[in-house]
Ligand binder design. Structure first.
Ligand code: F6R
Length: 357
């Protein structure tokens, strides 16, 4: 039930701190350490390469998950769209492990790949919010998101739950491989949950940003680098699917190779700046679009902020910034859609679970 909330989407955005805390609890063993089923641990150990298969928002979570598994667990990862992979399989390594990410566990495009993968005899793990769903039943292993039912068509809390579970998985494998990973993931995710609460406390500011930048916009762009780029793809998807504003996420360094031609006077450009290594680069990219007339909205992280940034996120572990930087983008999409009179929870042409290929 959505209780006092006007929309499920708003409720689900604001449940995110709770969901992260639930995940920390759910993945603790009796000694209080993060853990996963030993069989899943073994399957990751034995794999020489991981293939993440997903659609839409879950695919965007996979892009972030690749960073986690490669940086922490040191396993090479490829991320593929289900609908592409099904008809154009890349070369598969000697000992692959397939990870299917699906909120609903019912997405037909992903299931088509799972069926093929099982025919070929490869091991598969499904990360899903729905116990007993098709993708969970048909895979060898399942990790649950513990996000509670997600009703709004636009996925919000499932995305951050997917990121948290992928971070836990990467950390557990990292520890078991080297006995030292340097990241206390339970603690860092606790900090994320608190930071999420702080960000949710600024929703009036996000409504104001939506009003200012998007009420009369026809296009909007989201730019970022590395992890921020992955979040920009998700921010653009949220905005386009519920507000019907044409929105695109770009790798900021690619602007000069084409997309910058789209910038006109007043074009809203949302820029994420949460990564120290590329902070100077993204600042330069913002200057490039401003010189062409863009209306920039910079969302940065504490410690990396500069004068004129529109919103400053509380500091979290640099790998975990996507869990909080996505929240302003979710709210901005929500308010932009609301201001346009769109049906926020049930956008046109879309279904919550896509059971056709
Ligand atoms: C976007 C959205 C979709 C889903 C996609 C995959 O907000 O919800 O892009 O992420 O249809 O769905 P699942 O995760 O259920 O496989």
């Amino acid at each position: 039930e959505k209780g006092t909330y006007p929309h499920y989407m708003l409720k689900e955005i604001e449940e995110q701190p709770l969901v992260i805390r639930k995940i920390i609890q759910a993945y603790r063993n009796e000694r209080g350490e993060l853990a996963v089923d030993p069989e899943i641990q073994r399957a990751l150990h034995e794999a020489d390469r991981i293939y993440i298969i997903a659609c839409g928002t879950s695919y965007h979570a996979g892009l972030v998950g690749k960073h986690y598994l490669e940086k922490l667990a040191k396993i090479p990862v490829e991320v593929h769209l289900s609908s592409e992979f099904a008809y154009q399989m890349p070369l598969i390594s000697e000992k692959p492990l397939f990870i299917f990410i699906s909120q609903s566990g019912e997405t037909a495009d992903s299931r088509a790949v799972l069926v093929k993968v099982k025919e070929l005899g490869y091991p598969a793990l499904t990360i899903t919010n729905v116990p007993g769903s098709t993708l969970s039943r048909e895979a060898d292993y399942t990790l649950l998101l513990h996000a509670g039912p997600e009703i709004a068509v636009a996925s919000t809390k499932a995305y951050t739950a997917q990121l948290a579970v992928l971070a836990v998985l990467a950390e557990v494998i990292a520890k078991s491989r080297s006995r030292q990973s340097g990241v206390d993931m339970a603690r860092e995710l606790g900090i994320v949950a608190n930071a999420m609460e702080t960000v949710c406390g600024s929703k009036d500011e996000f409504e104001q940003i939506a009003r200012e930048y998007l009420d009369s916009a026809q296009n909007a762009f989201f730019i970022g680098r590395t992890l921020d780029y992955a979040v920009c793809l998700e921010g653009a998807l949220k905005l386009k699917e519920i507000s019907y504003i044409h929105a695109e996420g770009f790798a900021a360094g690619e602007l000069k190779h084409g997309p910058i031609a789209l910038i006109e006077d007043g074009t809203p450009v949302f820029a994420l700046a949460t990564q120290a290594r590329v902070n100077l680069n993204i600042r330069g990219n913002v200057k490039e679009v401003v010189a062409r007339g863009a209306n920039p909205c910079i969302i940065s992280m504490d410690g990396l902020a500069q004068d004129g940034d529109r919103f400053i996120l509380p500091e979290v572990h640099p790998l975990l910034t996507p869990l909080i930087s996505v929240i302003p983008l979710q709210y901005i999409a929500y308010y932009a859609a609301l201001h346009r009179g769109c049906d926020v929870d049930k956008p046109r042409n879309l279904a919550k679970s896509v059971t056709v290929e």
